[in-house]
Write a protein that binds this ligand. Structure first.
Ligand code: ADP
Ligand code: MG
Length: 463
C-alpha cells in the first residue's frame, strides 16, 4: 500500500541522514583534535572546555588506608568505602551503596540536594564494620566524583559551570560544589573532609591506570558521555601555574559539548535539542549517550506514525510523551533474537500501548534502533580517534609496540552490546589493522569509584 511505501521511503531517508561513512568519521576525528588544541590554547577557545583537573599524578599502587568515595552524576549516586592495601594488598575490601535521586531534587535547590546526599553518606558511614575504621584521631577522607562540568580551582575545590543530563538547580551554578557538600556534611554532624574533587572520567582514568599502566584515556558512555586523557603539561598553553613535577596533567575534555559541521545532525536531533533543558549545548552527547538514544527513536517512530500511518489511522497517544522510550528498552528491542520479535512486540505494548504489531512492522522498529545506535557508536569511535591523533598514537612508528589503553565505563557501553561492538569495530576500521593492534578498549567497571578513593588517598592531608 501507499502507506508502506511511505514507510520505506522514510527508512531510506534515515539511513542517509544518520549515515556515518568513514570519510565523515575521519573529518570528525580531525575536528575533535583541532578543538582539543583550541580548548587547551585559551579559556573559552573552543566548545571543548578541556578542563584542567589538577590531577598531575595517577595512582601508583602504593595507596594505603581507608577512604570514602561519593559518585554523583546521573540518576543514582553511590557511596563507597574502600580499604587500600598498597602494592601487596591492593583493594583489600570495598563496600558500596547506591541511592536513587528523587526527580524533584534534580530541579530543586542546592541545599536540598546536598542535604539528601550528606544524609545518605552519614547513614553509610554509620555501618562501618570491624577493621574498617580510619586510624584514631584521623578525619575520614572522601574522593568526590561529581560528573558535571566544573572549573577546578584546586584538587579539592571547583565551581559548577552548568548542569547537564536533566539536572537543573539554578542556585548551585557557579558555586564551589565541595563547599556545598562540606556545609551539608557539617549540618548532618558528619566529620569528613573532601580531599579530591574529580569527574567520573578522571576517576575512571585513575581506576583504569591502577589496574593497567598503559591506560592513557577514559571515556564514559552512560546517561551522558565524556572523556579524559593524560596530556603533557607543556602542551597546555592556557595553564598559568607551575609545571607539575610529573610533566603531566589530566584533562577533562567535556567532550559531550563537542560539535562540528561534520556531525550528521537530523531534524530529529534539532527538535530534541530545541525542546531540551539545555538547547544548543551538549550536542555530541545528545547524539551518542544513553539519556537520548531512546528518545531519538521515539521521535522517529512518531514521525512514521504521523506521515506513514505506521501504527494505523491514529497516532498512539503514548508515543507523544518525551523520553517515554528509554535506551535500555531500545537496546532490548534491538537485541531481540526471537523469530517473531516477541520482545519488540511486548515493549511496544507495555511502554507505548501499541498492540497487534505485525512482524514486518517490528522489523522496521529494530532497523530504526540500529540506525540510531550505529550513528552514536561510530561517532564515539571517531571521538576516541581524535584523542589518539592528538597524542600522536594514531600511527605506528617502526617496531612500536606501545599499547594505548582506553578505559571505558558507563551503562550504555557495558550493557548495549550492539553499541559497544559497533564502536570497537569502527575503531579498527578507522585506525587500520596495524595500529588497532596496539589500541585496546577496556571495560573499567566502576573504575570511577575506586579511582576517586585512590585520588583521595594520594591527596590525603596525612601524607
Ligand atoms: P550514569 O551515567 O548515570 O552515571 P551509568 O553509567 O550506570 O550511570 O549509566 C546508566 C545509563 O546507561 C542509563 O541512563 C542508560 O541510558 C544506559 N543503560 C543502562 N542499561 C542499559 C541497557 N541495558 N542498554 C542500553 N543502555 C543502558
Ligand atoms: Mg556514572
Amino acid at each position: 500500500s501507499g502507506k508502506w511505501a511511505r514507510t520505506v521511503t522514510i527508512l531510506k531517508e534515515l539511513e542517509d541522514t544518520f549515515g556515518t561513512p568513514i570519510g565523515k568519521l575521519k573529518q570528525i576525528a580531525d575536528a575533535m583534535m583541532v578543538e582539543m588544541h583550541a580548548g587547551l590554547a585559551s579559556e573559552g577557545g573552543s566548545k571543548l572546555k578541556m578542563l584542567i583537573s589538577f590531577v598531575d599524578n595517577l595512582p601508583t599502587g602504593d595507596e594505603k588506608g581507608l577512604f570514602y568515595a561519593l559518585d554523583l552524576g546521573g540518576t543514582n549516586f553511590r557511596v563507597l568505602r574502600v580499604l587500600l592495601g598498597g602494592k601487596e594488598g591492593r583493594v583489600v575490601k570495598q563496600e558500596s551503596k547506591e541511592v536513587s535521586i528523587p526527580q524533584d531534587l534534580m530541579t530543586g535547590t542546592s541545599q536540598e540536594l546536598f542535604d539528601f546526599i550528606a544524609t545518605a553518606l552519614a547513614e553509610f558511614v554509620a555501618t562501618e564494620g570491624e577493621g574498617l575504621h580510619v586510624s584514631s584521631g584521623r578525619q575520614r577522607e572522601l574522593g568526590f566524583t561529581f560528573s558535571f562540568p566544573v572549573r577546578q580551582t584546586s584538587i579539592a575545590s571547583g565551581n559548577l559551570i552548568k548542569w547537564t543530563k536533566g539536572f537543573s538547580i539554578e542556585d548551585a551554578v557557579e558555586k564551589d560544589v565541595v563547599g556545598e557538600l562540606t556545609k551539608a556534611m557539617e549540618r548532618m554532624g558528619l566529620d569528613m573532609r573532601v580531599s579530591a574533587l574529580v569527574n567520573d572520567t578522571i576517576g575512571t582514568l585513575a581506576g583504569g591506570r591502577y589496574h593497567n599502566q598503559d591506560v592513557i584515556a577514559a571515556v564514559i558512555l552512560g546517561t551522558g558521555t565524556n572523556a579524559a586523557y593524560v596530556e603533557r603539561a607543556n602542551a597546555i598553553p592556557k595553564w598559568q601555574g607551575l609545571l607539575p613535577k610529573s610533566g603531566e596533567m589530566v584533562i577533562n575534555m567535556e567532550w559531550g559539548n563537542f560539535r562540528s559541521s561534520h556531525l550528521p545532525l537530523t531534524e530529529y536531533d534539532h527538535a530534541l535539542d530545541a525542546e531540551s533543558k539545555n538547547p544548543g549545548e551538549q550536542i555530541f552527547e545528545k547524539v551518542i549517550s544513553g539519556m537520548y538514544l531512546g528518545e531519538i527513536v521515539r521521535r522517529v517512530l512518531y514521525r512514521m506514525a504521523e506521515e506513514a500511518a505506521f501504527f494505523g489511522d491514529t497516532i498512539p497517544p503514548k508515543l507523544n510523551i518525551p523520553y517515554i522510550l528509554r535506551t535500555p528498552e531500545m537496546s532490548a528491542m534491538h537485541h531481540d533474537m526471537s523469530s517473531d520479535l516477541k520482545v519488540v512486540g511486548n515493549k511496544l505494548k507495555d511502554i507505548l500501548e501499541i498492540t497487534n504489531t505485525s512482524l514486518k512492522m517490528r522489523k522496521v522498529i529494530v532497523e530504526v534502533c540500529d540506525i540510531v545506535a550505529t550513528r552514536g557508536a561510530r561517532l564515539s569511535a571517531a571521538g576516541i580517534v581524535g584523542i589518539l591523533k592528538k597524542l600522536g598514537r594514531d600511527t605506528v612508528r617502526d617496531g612500536d609496540t606501545q599499547k594505548s589503553v582506553i578505559a571505558l565505563d558507563g551503562g550504555l557501553f557495558e550493557h548495549y552490546k550492539k553499541f559497544s561492538g559497533c564502536m570497537e569495530s569502527t575503531l579498527k576500521e578507522l585506525l587500520g589493522e596495524e595500529v588497532a593492534e596496539n589500541v585496546v578498549v577496556e571495560l573499567s567497571n566502576d573504575g570511577s569509584g575506586i579511582g576517586a578513593s585512590l585520588l583521595a588517598a594520594s591527596h590525603s592531608q596525612y601524607l
